[in-house]
Design a protein around this ligand. Structure first.
Ligand code: AMP
Length: 112
């Protein structure tokens, strides 16, 4: 079981800000911005490159939910960034698909 599956199963504590039938969103334990949330599907897809055609609705749901959370948490208007790290060069540490939602400061571009 991945670390994030354990968070879904409430075996590891997390500060959950949103959850529904398909996904769960919680605060990152090592925030890189004043707001740093992780949005994950309950289904343990390891990374975006391993998502399949059958995951189309789920992936759409994740993006729509990211926007909904941004509006509800009040950072949609000032702006935010969604990041998905995939594999070694992408900086992926946890092999369970997750969207980073970063907000609350001016984010730099290009990323490091
Ligand atoms: P990534 O490097 O894209 O795989 O991102 C993994 C993220 O998970 C990092 O930003 C970590 O700070 C975060 N993280 C690791 N363990 C926990 C945890 N127990 N609760 C919340 N976030 C975590």
């Amino acid at each position: 079981m991945t670390l994030f599956e354990k968070i879904c199963a409430r075996e590891i504590p997390a500060t959950i800000v949103h959850e529904d039938e398909h996904c769960i969103c919680f605060k990152d334990i090592a925030p890189q911005a004043p707001v740093h949330l992780l949005l994950i599907p309950r289904k343990p897809i390891p990374r975006i490159a391993l998502a399949g055609d059958g995951d189309q609705a789920l992936l759409g749901h994740l993006l729509l939910t990211a926007g909904k959370i941004a509006r509800e948490q009040g950072f949609a208007e000032d702006g935010f960034r969604i990041v998905i790290n995939n594999g070694r060069d992408g900086g992926e540490a946890v092999p369970h698909l997750h969207l980073h939602l970063l907000a609350g400061r001016q984010l730099e571009w290009p990323p490091g």
